[in-house]
Design a protein around this ligand. Structure first.
Ligand SMILES: NC(=O)c1ccc[n+]([C@@H]2O[C@H](COP(=O)([O-])OP(=O)(O)OC[C@H]3O[C@@H](n4cnc5c(N)ncnc54)[C@H](O)[C@@H]3O)[C@@H](O)[C@H]2O)c1
Length: 400
């Protein structure tokens, strides 16, 4: 592999499903982020390849997002001399094999969450990354890249609201609410590999991003609402509905999970995640209650957060809305119209993440080119999995 400094940084994405497309689009836009926290900018970037085992997805995505080549195996990407940095966006059970193969081939890697299906797999991936210390090996937790979430985190870290006392986080989705939603990799596996791994991984990451490391988890309850699902007749993308036949397959993992936790700093955490929450396609939100006030965020309203900080007198005190703008992280130079209250959404979080990853690839491991925080290393994904493992282990009941 030749040096990224002597030719454009070559980028590839493995997996052209729901999140793979967000990475593909994210790299396209990543080069347009300019000025402000984005520093001196990226070296030239070339969108080289998209690989998906389902050839029509690979070809359609390459055309749609303007990548040079469509491939049908991750090995083709690993072997390509013109690829430097790769996103791994396939089913969790495939992460280890693909990440290890890419690292061995000299690529920088950004792997989707949850890092792996098991702690043992994640440990092996961290060991593989340690054997290649000059390559970036990162795990993607996109919600850290929400301007509002990052602004809330900075405000909490600044101590303006005093010590955090209670963090309540929920991620309520409806992708499994319809019993006819097709069987997919998300519904296979043991208890703990369902909604806990899928979206609970985000909640654990966000909780620790906002309130620091977790010390313990307690009181897990997991439930499975739909015990079997129809097998799709063709390829399925993400959470999408698809044509199904008469054949059914048993669901192995949970639709719902709730648990409580204690943070090292003393705060209490309450968490709940669901994939059967009618009416909420993507219902992520949190409230953080502190010594001197509170702050809240709802993903359905990405361009704002609310805060209660007793800055108004007695009868006028209460939550007030803060509209996100260039005074907040990621916005200045990060959006084409970087003015207050100009909307942005979840796809932009992927752009910010892709940009941070490429900055680190260009600048060296652990070194952002601009002011963006680097993408967390694989060890962070391992830590996240250990927490998820403890949550699942704290449940001794059955799923129904
Ligand atoms: N950060 C986020 O917000 C977010 C959102 C969704 C999914 N994810 C994560 O992204 C990953 C993928 O999820 P998804 O919803 O995009 O899944 P998906 O099922 O929509 O897409 C997976 C794709 O991988 C392809 N594939 C299967 N085997 C392959 C192989 N051996 N080589 C190459 N391609 C192969 C499939 O054909 C499919 O197109 C998961 O780890 C998931 O947890 C993250």
């Amino acid at each position: 592999m030749s040096s990224p400094r002597t030719r454009p940084l070559g980028v590839a994405v493995i997996g052209a499903g729901m999140a793979g497309r967000a990475h593909l689009a994210g790299y396209r836009a990543a080069t347009t982020l300019s000025g402000g926290p984005y520093g001196e900018g990226l070296p030239p970037v070339r969108l080289v390849a998209v690989a998906d085992a389902h050839a029509p997805f690979a070809h359609a995505a390459a055309t749609r997002y303007g990548y040079d080549r469509a491939e049908t195996s991750w090995q083709a990407v690993a072997e390509a001399d013109d690829v430097d940095a790769v996103s791994v966006v396939v089913a969790n059970r495939l992460h280890r094999e693909v990440v290890e193969g890419l690292l061995a081939a000299g690529k920088h890697v950004l792997c989707e969450k949850p890092l792996a299906p098991s702690v043992a797999d994640a440990e092996a991936m961290v060991a593989a990354a340690a054997a290649h210390p000059d390559q970036v090996a990162a795990v993607g937790f996109t919600y850290r890249r929400s301007p509002a979430v990052a602004a809330v985190q900075a405000h909490l870290a600044g101590g303006h609201l005093g010590a955090v006392q209670h963090v309540n986080l929920h991620y309520w989705c409806d992708y499994g609410a319809d019993p006819q939603a097709p069987m997919s990799w998300r519904y296979r596996g043991a208890p703990g590999s369902g909604v806990l791994a899928d979206v609970g991984s985000h909640l654990v990451d966000l909780g620790e991003f906002l309130a620091g490391p977790l010390a313990s988890v307690h009181g897990t309850v997991m439930s499975r609402v739909h015990a079997r699902r129809p097998v799709p007749l063709g390829a399925v993308v993400g959470h999408a509905l698809a044509a199904v036949g008469d054949e059914f397959e048993d669901v192995g993992n949970e639709d719902l999970v709730t648990f409580t936790a204690r943070f090292e700093g003393g705060a209490t955490g309450t968490f709940s995640a669901s994939r059967v929450a009618h009416g909420l396609p993507n219902g992520l939100g949190f409230e953080v209650f502190c010594e001197k006030g509170a702050v809240a965020f709802d993903l359905n309203r990405t361009g704002e957060f609310t805060i209660a900080d007793h800055s108004a007198p007695g009868g006028l005190n209460g939550y007030r809305q803060v509209l996100v703008g260039p005074a907040h992280p990621y916005v200045a130079g990060g959006l084409p119209m970087d003015f207050p209250s100009v909307g942005h959404g979840q796809s932009d979080f992927f752009t910010f993440q892709c940009r941070a990853f490429l900055d680190e690839v260009a600048g060296g491991v652990g070194t952002p080119l601009g002011d963006l925080p680097v993408v967390p290393p694989l060890a962070h994904g391992l830590h996240n999995l250990r927490v998820l493992d403890a949550v699942a282990s704290a449940w001794e009941g059955t799923l129904w």
